[in-house]
Design a protein around this ligand. Structure first.
Ligand code: FAD
Length: 597
């Protein structure tokens, strides 16, 4: 409690201090992975109208789809003096998704975790235009997007419009993935949007109000008070913990007659919950849930959901199990939005789950369309994989491995072997272009890249031929991993892309990327590189677990306080920061509100 007030007081102090010094008002948002700062900038204010008009005609049109983590991070630093920017999203606010589980139980109010987009863009002198609409179709050939507003049809004017673009940034996130499980869409609740969290909050209260009505049997009361969560990932686990706290800290006091009939079940198809975390965290969470009375069913696959029953199969014995439920929350990963699916079919990526981009976040095969965040994945180039090279004026296609091209580029004297010096000369570009090389070194506990060229006994070699070179790098590609669908990745991608946009002209003449081993020359930019800065899993009862940078694992009450301070500092504005800290304080003093609003 004392610490909470210290955090609050600290922020008030900094705020007053900043105003007094008349510093530029800088709001910093540190997102589990990147810095997101909205500057109340007046740096563009002095621009004369004539210069502005001149620029307008030269400016390239950038259309940004979405107002989530990736797009707001992109917009934050984009140099709008060079671009005419239009943002399209059916949501006119940014939502701080990591606090959505807290909204489901009223620990934090919905409005405390959202920031209106117009507040964000007004800080850019109104030069960014926002249209509250959904993108229905992307036309890459004609460089157009078709959009439709969902605002009340009865209002005057058409709801559909088309936007031209020179560059398109697709950052429309993902939708829930039901894996086509029968009954899920009809009978489950989801936890993806703010409205979902509000719906869950109302449903929990409904279940309690229904359970205490007269004339119900004990079995019916138990069914209504059986809360099931499908998916043992971070979201499912955090929601289970929040729900447990809400019930045991607040609801049992106001519904004492049914307090012994409540149960929570968490279903996970894998062997453990939180299986993307360190094993110690996973077992700490399982033990804590066992103590709290949350039943964890691992190795169970949900086959269908009906209004009252959830039907599963055990993985080990294939047994069918059905349990009655009052509410099911489905939280099992992300799927593709229809507009992205349609776009993927148009560009020949129809058989993929998400849009594939190159390491510069450009949609594969397209020049001016970028995709970031949950709707895309970076298709990391493999060092050993072959690809086709077409030679000018001939239709002959030559199958060439990247590794052969690297060898050829490094072998300056065309001797057919590489000396250590020749290898050192290309190694920096190789590591930048193929980050898996660095990961491989780490996994093998090798300190220098040149250690790769040592022979089987670990002795240095003077020279290495192509076969030896291939052998040395043969296992490197095993380290290529797809990036997780997290805000951390989305924010870093947004910041990276705006940096590329801002340097576009400069890097055309002074490229700063790695060498192009096949065609010669250099890439304009360094490829996107994700830096994982750790992750949290709040487990309820004022306890949390965290994986921190440097392979650190932290668990318990102190980690929960670390969570409070980091999530307070991560808020996108001082307004939401005050609201969130205020909500935490209110919850400590008065408990959570159980009104069904
Ligand atoms: P989003 O943030 O989802 O934004 C997508 C945007 O596109 C939205 O504005 C949406 O309205 C808009 N849009 C949708 N359809 C269209 C359309 N047709 N046309 C135009 N715009 C459209 N990640 C973490 O790193 N840490 C966490 O602790 C964490 N906790 C989470 C908790 C929950 C409950 C959830 C659901 C997610 C959590 N995540 C967390 C994941 C994180 O929220 C996502 O990875 C992140 O939101 C992805 O960012 P994005 O910009 O790709 O998509």
């Amino acid at each position: 409690m004392l610490l909470l007030f210290c955090v609050l007081f600290g922020y008030i102090y900094i705020y007053i201090f900043r105003i007094r010094k008349k510093l530029q008002f800088l709001l910093v948002y540190y997102s589990s992975g990147g810095l997101l700062a909205y500057a109340d900038s007046n740096t563009n204010g002095a621009k004369s109208i004539s210069v502005q008009c001149q620029n307008e005609t030269q400016k390239k049109k950038v259309v940004v789809l979405g107002t989530g983590w990736a797009s707001t991070s992109f917009l934050k630093d984009l140099d709008i003096s060079s671009y005419d920017v239009q943002v399209v999203s059916p949501r006119n606010y940014f939502a701080f998704t990591p606090l959505l589980p807290s909204v489901t139980c009223g620990t934090v109010e919905a409005r405390s975790i959202v920031e209106p987009v117009r507040n964000i863009i007004k800080k850019r002198n109104g030069e960014i235009k926002f249209w509250e609409a959904e993108c229905l179709k992307i036309d890459p050939e004609n460089k157009k997007v078709l959009c439709r507003s969902n605002i009340d049809e009865n209002l005057a004017g058409s709801n559909e419009f088309c936007l031209d673009f020179d560059y398109l940034v697709i950052a429309i996130g993902a939708q829930v993935n039901t894996f086509d499980t029968p009954g899920v869409l009809e009978h489950c609740l989801f936890l993806k949007e703010v409205e979902d969290a509000q719906r869950i909050r109302r449903t929990v209260i409904d279940c309690f109000e229904k359970a205490v009505l007269p004339e119900l049997t004990e079995e019916e009361r138990k069914t209504n008070l059986h809360f099931v969560i499908v998916g043992g990932g971070p979201t499912g686990v955090e929601f289970a913990a929040e729900l447990h706290d809400f019930i045991h800290e607040d609801l049992v006091k106001i519904y004492p007659s049914v307090k012994d009939l409540v149960s929570i079940t968490l279903i996970q198809s894998g062997d453990h919950i939180l299986n993307t975390f360190d094993e110690r965290i996973s077992s700490f969470a399982e033990q804590k849930f066992q103590r709290d009375g949350i039943e964890v069913l691992t190795g169970h696959r949900v086959m269908s959901v009906s209004q009252r029953m959830i039907n599963m199969k055990t993985r080990s014995k294939g047994e069918d199990i059905s349990i009655p439920h009052g509410m099911v929350v489905w939280s099992t990963g992300v799927g593709t939005r229809p507009v992205v699916k349609d776009f993927m079919e148009q560009i020949g990526q129809g058989n993929r789950r998400v849009l594939a981009t190159d390491e510069w976040l450009k949609v594969k095969g397209l020049d001016d369309i970028y995709a970031l965040g949950d709707c895309a994945t970076v298709d990391q180039k493999k060092i050993m994989a072959s690809s086709f090279n077409s030679f000018m004026f001939t239709s002959i296609l030559i199958l060439q491995e990247d590794i052969s091209a690297i060898f050829k580029a490094a072998d300056k004297d065309n001797s057919g072997t590489l000396t250590i010096e020749e290898f050192i000369d290309v190694v920096e570009d190789v590591v930048i272009r193929y980050p898996q090389v660095e990961l491989h070194l780490k996994s093998k506990h090798l300190f220098e890249v040149t250690d790769l060229l040592k022979d089987v006994d670990g002795s240095d070699r003077e020279e290495i031929d192509i076969e030896g070179f291939k052998l040395a790098l043969s296992h490197v590609d095993k380290q290529t991993k797809s990036l997780p669908a997290t805000a951390q990745v989305a924010v870093q991608q947004g910041a990276y892309l705006s940096m590329c946009f801002n340097k576009r002209e400069k890097c055309k003449s002074e490229p700063e990327g790695p060498r192009k081993f096949r065609s010669g020359g250099r890439h304009e930019f360094r490829p996107f590189r994700y830096r994982h800065l750790g992750q949290f899993a709040p487990l309820g009862g004022e306890q949390a677990a965290a994986e921190l940078p440097g392979d650190w694992v932290s668990m318990g009450r102190s980690t929960q306080w670390l969570w409070y301070s980091i999530y307070a500092s991560k808020q996108v504005s001082w307004r939401t920061r005050f609201l969130v800290i205020g909500d935490w304080g209110r919850r400590f003093i008065f408990g959570r509100d159980s009104s069904r609003i």
